[in-house]
Ligand binder design. Structure first.
Ligand SMILES: NC(=O)c1ccc[n+]([C@@H]2O[C@H](COP(=O)([O-])OP(=O)(O)OC[C@H]3O[C@@H](n4cnc5c(N)ncnc54)[C@H](OP(=O)(O)O)[C@@H]3O)[C@@H](O)[C@H]2O)c1
Length: 296
């Protein structure tokens, strides 16, 4: 495969994300073959020049590089199973969410059928696919990454190989993804609070964005504390957050906004204080989380 000729690519799974992946390949001039369980979803891509495989086997046979984007690893295996023999010698790249254990199981299945395998994750929404700063990361066979790095970068300029272990993308996907729901629910709670004063959620956006920038600026500092296990240089202590918890309760009473989702978080802060971390940095919560995980 020369670096100059765009690699023929097959995209299996044409939901919101799979469609965006196929479009990016088409826009970049790759001969793109698509397959989806519900065939009608292929039509807009065919109109843009994609080849429509009638069977999953034909889809796999069309390209040396197979990108799948189904809901889960289990769905991916079940869709590919009838054509598993065709995978031998090809590069299979999954781009669905899932647990590290599921990624390892998928890797075992792929290698039992002779496929070279990478498990990846798209860390953005479909509309961001193809942008220069869109992040995708991969774990698994480095030769696949090296052979197809240029092609994979069509999906996002910030494309990273995390290592040879096939579950690394799933691990980081879940580790980083853990921040999403608490951050969003926090914003939704804030929106509900300002609405109790007839103010629009939009009025919060600039300030919430600055707040997220501030949180982002703290991450390297907290990571250093966690990695060293030294929490003594506390810019914001566990006790400070404990005091903040009381204000949240007052706010809930005043506004009647349901803040019950915060109760387990406040409990975590309380347990950290009880464990002797009161004067330590709030990043010491990691110690409590790790211990909870060990007990489970
Ligand atoms: N959308 C996002 O914002 C986003 C962002 C990052 C990561 N992701 C991840 O990308 C993956 C796909 O997400 P999506 O948003 O594209 O989902 P989606 O729109 O719900 O599409 C799901 C796709 O999986 C196919 N599928 C599911 N089960 C199947 C099975 N048993 N056999 C064959 N095909 C099956 C569906 O086929 P049918 O069309 O026939 O139903 C469809 O093509 C997920 O793991 C998701 O977590 C999504």
């Amino acid at each position: 495969m020369t670096r100059d000729a765009p690699t023929p690519v097959t995209v299996v799974g044409l939901g919101s994300m799979g469609r965006a992946l196929a479009e990016a390949f088409l826009d970049a001039g790759h001969r793109t073959t698509v397959w989806n369980r519900t065939p009608a979803k292929a039509a807009p891509l065919v109109a843009k020049g994609a080849g429509h495989a009638r069977t999953v086997e034909a889809a796999i046979e069309a390209s040396p590089l197979i990108i799948t984007c189904l809901t889960t690893f289990e769905d991916t295996r079940s869709a590919l199973e009838p054509a598993a023999a065709a995978l031998s010698g090809r590069a299979l790249v999954t781009l669905n969410s899932g647990s590290p254990a599921d990624a390892r199981a998928m890797a075992g299945w792929a290698s039992s059928h002779g496929a070279r395998f990478l498990a990846g994750a798209v860390k953005n929404v479909p509309a961001a696919v193809g942008a220069p700063d869109t992040l995708l990361y991969y774990g698994g066979d480095k030769t696949v990454f090296d052979d197809y790095e240029t092609t994979l970068k069509v999906l996002g300029g910030d494309t990273v190989h995390l290592g040879a272990e096939t579950d690394l993308a799933a691990l980081y996907e879940m580790a980083v993804g853990a921040m999403l729901l608490p951050a969003l629910v926090g914003f939704f709670q804030g929106a509900a609070v300002v609405q109790t004063r007839e103010l629009e959620a939009s009025s919060m956006v600039r300030f919430a964005g600055k707040w997220l920038d501030m949180i982002k600026s703290l991450l390297p500092i907290y990571a250093k504390e966690i990695d060293s296990g030294d929490y003594t240089d506390a810019a914001s202590s566990v006790n400070l957050f404990l005091a903040g918890a009381a204000h949240e309760e007052d706010l809930a009473e005043e506004t009647h906004v349901d803040t019950a989702w915060l109760t387990p978080l406040h409990d975590l802060v309380k347990r950290a204080a009880e464990a002797g971390h009161g004067d330590h940095s709030i990043s010491a919560l990691t110690e409590v989380l790790r211990k909870s995980e060990r007990k489970a």
